[in-house]
Design a protein around this ligand. Structure first.
Ligand code: TXA
Ligand code: MG
Length: 361
């Protein structure tokens, strides 16, 4: 189903999916970021089915999706001027705003007991039509089994969730390929990025002013959250879990120059292959020539380092390809954490469980 051209057959599928959602079933659907697994956000049994299908811990809240700006006010108690500025600049689009939830409107499972709710308006024709037709706010996490890479195609969704969900609307490959940016606006009008994503820190700063956007919580903070299982609730609860991971072991390789990174990676991959591992390598196109022939059993490219949109779009499919190839030892090149590169590195680091190999000078 193409987001721009919804034909008669698609309309039928959409109508059926909307009816299922309104009736309390779960339906996976395309958005511009990744596929989501939707349920009526007011219906606790439906939301429970989403958590069950994903195997998701119940303390990790869901994002609520709306199709119109007017649908926001009934869900939240306040939209600050800074939040309004971000909405005007980036909705519909890959930005989730964490706002004070209006008590009693949504199933308490959606917010996992927090007094806030993450809301976003997806920029995808199918998602918008589905939400409008269902006539309810749609709670939708990424439509993957908990811990797996997010799905960027309907096939990925079926691979993870067939048999556990009501159905899947196929809208072709997701455009952005990484999830939305999750932002919490502070009382002083500054914004904290809880999860980097499709809207970059630079884009947010262009609206709120540089200095008004604080960087992604660093890996240090993520590790602290992971360690402090009994500690204070992390601000983006989802970020404390190992996520996006392929089945094999994954390490991120960083170094002073691409040459050093390639040398270190190639040497480790060769050694791993000798000791019986099935190897995988995730590289950027510009660096391909720095490796010897066939550096790994499965080589995937994140496209040009110069255009991180390509990498964002390709990342999750590449991680799933390593699973299909049976890769047990995978190395991934790091990239600069500017623009969308910040979101790519965030997901790679989470997928690697924080394992970094320093290639040195
Ligand atoms: O692009 C996306 O955001 C996709 C598509 C389907 O819309 N959805 C998505 O949902 O990525 P999910 O559930 O996989 O990730 C939601 C993230 C989690 O890290 C969660 O902890 C955080 O958003 N989150 C949700 N509600 C929150 C809240 N009230 N406060 C802080 N973090 C919240
Ligand atoms: Mg997810």
């Amino acid at each position: 189903m193409d987001s721009n051209a919804i034909d008669a057959q698609d309309r039928q599928a959409l109508a059926e999916a909307a009816e299922m959602l309104a009736g309390g079933a779960t339906v996976a659907f395309p958005t511009e970021t990744v596929y989501g697994l939707g349920a009526d956000a007011r219906n606790t049994a439906a939301v429970e089915a989403v958590f069950a299908a994903k195997g998701r811990p119940s303390d990790n809240p869901l994002i609520v999706h709306i199709a119109d700006r007017e649908a926001l006010d009934p869900l939240v108690t306040e939209v600050s001027p800074a939040a309004t500025a971000l909405i005007e600049a980036f909705w519909p689009g890959p930005l989730t705003l964490v706002l004070p939830v209006r008590p009693g409107v949504l199933s308490p499972l959606v917010t996992a007991g927090l007094d806030t709710v993450g809301v976003r308006m997806p920029a995808h024709g199918v998602a918008q039509a589905l939400i409008r037709e269902a006539g309810c706010p749609v709670a939708a996490p990424s439509a993957n089994r908990s811990g797996r890479p997010s799905p960027t195609t309907a096939g990925h969704v079926r691979g993870d969730l067939a048999g556990y969900i009501g159905g899947v609307l196929d809208g072709g490959p997701a455009g952005v390929g990484l999830e939305s940016t999750v932002v919490q606006v502070q009382p002083d009008g500054t914004a904290v990025i809880l999860r980097p994503g499709g809207i970059t820190a630079e884009q947010l700063a262009a609206v709120l002013g540089s200095g008004a956007v604080s960087a992604t919580p660093g890996e240090e903070a993520a590790a602290r959250d992971a360690a402090a299982e009994d500690g204070p609730a992390p601000r983006a609860p989802g970020m404390k879990y190992t996520h996006y991971a392929p089945r094999g072991w994954l390490g991120v390789v960083r170094g002073a120059t691409p040459q050093r990174v390639a040398e270190a990676a190639a040497a480790r991959l060769a050694a791993a292959a000798l000791s019986g591992e099935t190897t995988g390598l995730l590289l950027f196109e510009e660096h391909r020539a720095l490796y010897p022939a066939n550096p790994a059993a499965c080589v995937r490219s994140l496209g040009a380092l110069a255009s991180p949109e390509e990498g964002a779009r390709a990342l999750y499919a590449a991680l799933r390809d390593f699973d299909e190839a049976g890769a047990t030892y995978i190395l991934a090149e790091a990239c600069p954490e500017t623009g969308l590169g910040a979101a790519i590195m965030n997901r790679l680091m989470k997928a690697a469980g924080g394992t970094v190999i320093e290639a040195g000078e």
